[in-house]
Design a protein around this ligand. Structure first.
Ligand code: ADP
Ligand code: MG
Length: 201
């Protein structure tokens, strides 16, 4: 059936959808929390923050939730950690800025200056396509990726075959290396069933 002339003209008048012209990227975002925020418990914060990430693209996959032992600064509550795969058209720098704005939205306060200290929300770019970035304030892959079981365990659940572009090793292999190395801090990384967190695709 031929389209009505008027209809065809209006269809042709529309430019191609912007989304089809934008370059999409896959970023893996590490999420952590061990203090309550206005959203509630650390788990409630992570669940709400994951919804907030939808404003930056599409969350394609969420790992399970893990309870993890703090490293470095031990006098603080256990962390909850998880990883999501985010498809986004943001540049790495724009993504970092947006993630830090979401951290602030959930009460992140960096003023105490304690490295590895307690926080309401931590959002890190772990991998961004196969990019390597070394800029002031932005390093991709995340500089401590290979030494943190609380990152590699959830990341290997979501993307075991993703490649670290610096070592050319898969995430699964980095995790095996960590388990068999002295670098491992030995902190437990235990999957838990939360009330709010929804894992999966
Ligand atoms: P961490 O997450 O390592 O515990 P912070 O959250 O306090 O530490 O972040 C410290 C700084 O790390 C931030 O100000 C940010 O500019 C920088 N940074 C560098 N690379 C990244 C990255 N890939 N993802 C998130 N932050 C990063
Ligand atoms: Mg961080």
């Amino acid at each position: 059936m031929l389209p009505e002339p008027g209809r065809q003209a209006s269809r042709l008048a529309h430019p191609p959808q912007r989304a089809t012209m934008m370059r999409m990227h896959t970023a893996y975002i590490g999420m952590g929390a061990n203090l309550p925020s206005h959203a509630g418990s650390p788990e409630a914060t992570l669940a709400r923050a994951a919804v907030q990430l939808e404003s930056l693209g599409q969350v394609r996959h969420r790992s399970s939730l893990y309870s993890t032992e703090p490293i470095g600064f031990a006098q603080q509550p256990h962390f909850l950690n998880t990883v999501v795969a985010l498809e986004t058209d943001h540049s790495p720098r724009a993504l970092l800025d947006a993630l830090q704005a979401i951290e602030v939205l959930f009460g992140r306060d960096r003023s105490d200056g304690v490295d590895n200290g307690p926080r309401t929300l931590d959002l890190d770019i772990l991998l961004f396509d196969d990019l390597i970035v070394h800029e002031p304030g932005l390093e991709i892959p995340h500089p401590r990726l290979a030494e943190r079981a609380f990152v590699l365990v959830p990341l290997s659940e979501v993307a075991p075959h993703a490649i670290d572009p610096q070592t050319q090793k898969s995430i699964g292999l980095l995790l095996r290396d960590l388990h068999s190395s002295a670098m491992s801090h030995g902190g437990a990384v235990v999957p838990i069933h939360g009330r709010f967190w929804r894992a999966g695709r």
